[in-house]
Design a protein around this ligand. Structure first.
Ligand SMILES: Cc1cc2nc3c(=O)[nH]c(=O)nc-3n(C[C@H](O)[C@H](O)[C@H](O)COP(=O)(O)OP(=O)(O)OC[C@H]3O[C@@H](n4cnc5c(N)ncnc54)[C@H](O)[C@@H]3O)c2cc1C
Length: 466
């Protein structure tokens, strides 16, 4: 193996997680030889592509399924994106993060009471958040509060911020991380390489090193971090790690309506349901459209619109009695059963628009089935894991660590928002393993200060370890 193919750390996967990690390793550690390998020909062509997710910076204020503790941790990592982007030149910043109104809407007495109480608990953590009565909502989002020019009939209230950085193009963010790495490679004393169009087919431990078989030949590294979505689990299991998990890919599709919202309007989450309730978002890349969704449909493929990943899905499904029992337990809950059925019908031609419009009408009552269209080619897949031992569906990100220099990240929503926070955890792991130095002062200056100061908030503990 030549020196040119021997690295301190190789990152596999060039979505927002992998590029964020390469950026942090290059910017804040003293490691000299870094490499990113991505099988597509550009960064962020899978779940981090701007068409494939909801483009939301989830900071915990409008996500009613988050506890206060979870919200505080999410706020820290979400702020890292805003702190990073607001230090860029204005033109670059404006291509990545966007200011707009955002709110979570309560409809009917029960949801309105719930939101009023939640506001009292969360307002200290989110000083800019406001309680929005119907006239405030009408000022910000007239199509939500009014129907045919008159007040809508149901009681409504919302909590949110009228103007905040809450939308992000994760693809542009990945491209920015990638460009910063090119710059560091050109101008500094480090090798920070990125090889696109390069697929990793196998990872093996060889003494204290890892050998990666790739479509460009073998590459050698002292540590490896895999940020390849559902494929991370496939690679982990090939190495004998994470065998307690099965992967359930849950696709999310969207519907377009003509511009109906000025910002983001989320709805109150049913606590029995595992995925975010339907929301409406002013699309930041598809002009003149409001995007509603996402739906939640189990699909037998690890990447949306990529049939070659069907085989990979069956390898990580690991269908056995425990997986079947977990799915059976989930389906015993009538709310989940109905939700699964409804989401199946949201993909059925002709019927889909007529059924999905009812979800949309909770947000914008005047929209009809004629106004909306299925967003073909949009949407991604959330690689949700099932813990077969515990017989439970894991909701957030999962990290598998062998303790000897290899890490595997599985990143369903809100994995885009957590990219820099996840990378921080991986930087710690890699630096500890290799005995590298991390410039935490620079890290704090660049990512924990600026638009939002989160220096007092401790870093979240590792999500899951095996
Ligand atoms: C419908 C939907 C809505 C969402 N909305 C939001 C949201 O509003 N906010 C939010 O924070 N998150 C959201 N998410 C989640 C978010 O999109 C993901 O968490 C995030 O994009 C994950 O980034 P990633 O880099 O880990 O994975 P990806 O972006 O999927 O990147 C993985 C990369 O690994 C590469 N790869 C795979 N196998 C190999 C291999 N063998 N060799 C080399 N490369 C390989 C792939 O080509 C890909 O580029 C949403 C997800 C979905 C599906």
């Amino acid at each position: 193996m030549t020196a040119s193919t021997h690295y301190d750390c190789i990152v596999v996967g060039g979505g927002v997680s992998g590029t964020a990690l390469l950026y942090e390793l290059a910017r804040f550690t003293d490691l000299k030889r870094l490499l990113l390998l991505e099988r597509r020909d550009r960064p962020a062509q899978v779940n981090s592509h701007a068409h494939n997710n909801s483009q939301t910076i989830h900071c915990g204020d409008i996500e009613t399924n988050y506890t206060l503790t979870k919200a505080a941790a999410v706020k820290r990592t979400a702020s890292m994106i805003v702190n990073y982007a607001t230090k860029l030149p204005a033109r670059e910043r404006d291509g990545i993060i966007h200011r707009m109104p955002k709110m979570v809407l309560g409809v009917g007495e029960r949801e309105c009471n719930y939101l009023r109480n939640r506001y009292e608990t969360f307002r200290e953590l989110y000083p800019r958040m406001q309680l929005l009565e119907r006239s405030d909502i009408a000022d910000i989002e007239p199509n939500v509060a009014l129907t045919d020019g008159a007040w809508r009939k149901e009681e409504i209230v919302a909590t949110g911020t009228p103007d905040d950085y809450c939308a992000v193009d994760f693809q542009a963010l990945s491209e920015s991380f990638s460009a910063q790495c090119v710059q560091m490679d050109r101008t500094g004393d480090k090798t920070v390489s990125q090889l696109y169009g390069t697929e990793v087919t196998d990872i093996k431990k060889d003494g204290s090193d890892y050998v990666l078989q790739t479509s460009r030949g073998p590459m050698l590294a002292r540590s490896v971090v895999v940020c390849a979505g559902g494929h991370s689990l496939l690679m982990a299991q090939k190495m004998g790690f994470g065998l307690e998990y099965s992967c359930l890919p849950v696709a999310g599709s969207f519907y377009f309506a003509p511009e109906a919202l000025n910002g983001k309007v989320y709805t109150v989450q049913n606590p029995k349901l595992p995925f975010a309730a339907v929301h409406g978002d002013h699309d930041i890349v598809t002009e003149g459209k409001t995007r509603f969704g996402p739906t939640a449909l189990m699909l037998p493929m690890l990447e949306r619109y990529n049939k070659s990943t069907i085989r990979d899905f069956f390898q990580v499904l690991n269908l056995d009695r425990d997986v079947i029992a977990t799915l059976w337990d989930l389906m015993k809950v009538s709310d989940i059963r109905n939700y699964v059925l409804r989401n199946f019908l949201y993909e059925a031609p002709w019927l889909n628009r007529r059924l999905f419009v009812r979800e949309i009408q909770k947000i914008v009552p005047d929209l009809s089935a004629r106004d909306i269209e299925y967003a073909h080619g949009y949407g991604g897949v959330r690689p949700q894991l099932i813990d077969r031992k515990a017989r439970e569906l894991k909701m957030g990100e999962v990290k598998i660590i062998d303790g000897h220099g290899v890490v595997f990240n599985m990143t369903p929503s809100p994995g885009g928002t957590s990219c820099l926070g996840n990378a921080e955890q991986d930087v710690r792991l890699v630096a500890e393993h290799l005995g590298a130095r991390v410039d935490w002062d620079a890290f704090e200056r660049e990512l924990l200060c600026g638009h939002e100061d989160t220096r007092g908030v401790s870093a979240p503990v590792l999500a899951a370890v095996s």
